[in-house]
Design a protein. Structure first.
Length: 153
């Protein structure tokens, strides 16, 4: 199976779930990009690039400064993954449609079929993600707030 090249959605869900776990244990200190990068195993710059649009959408908030960082700005029980997908994916093709040669009889016809297929796949993805909240992901991850009080520091 091919490795996906765009991991923004997965990183976003991971980071949002991490922020939800911090809130679940009562942590009041914001979470640094470095801490989030440590959990996601990606560069802190990438974490900030993913969080920027989520901040604009009102899902997270940031505090500047030496003791600043990121916090969840929405209730994890009401944020569904379709919202996260739409913030990051927008109307971009899901399937990575290419631009075929319009002079080719196959290329000219296959483009419309691929665009239609992409629309159907996008609708199916959104429909599936609408039924999953951040809280569901946190629960499915096996996170136990009582066992993770170190997040309070």
């Amino acid at each position: 199976m091919a490795t996906p090249t765009n991991t923004r959605f997965a990183v976003a869900v991971h980071v949002l779930t991490y922020l939800a776990s911090c809130a679940a244990v009562g942590r009041t200190r914001p979470v640094s990009s470095d801490e989030l990068a440590g959990s996601t195993a990606v560069n802190p710059v990438h974490v900030r690039k993913v969080l920027g649009p989520l901040r604009t959408a009102g899902l997270v908030r940031s505090r500047p400064g030496a003791h600043g960082g990121w916090e969840l700005a929405a209730d994890p029980k009401t944020v569904n993954l379709a919202q996260v997908w739409q913030v990051l994916q927008g109307d971009d093709p899901v399937l990575g449609i290419h631009g075929p040669n319009p002079a080719c009889p196959v290329g000219a016809g296959v483009q419309g079929a691929l665009v239609d297929l992409d629309r159907r796949v996008a609708k199916a993805v959104l429909a599936e993600l609408e039924g999953i909240t951040l809280n569901d992901v946190l629960d499915d991850s096996g996170f136990d707030p009582a066992a993770h009080t170190q997040f309070l520091c």
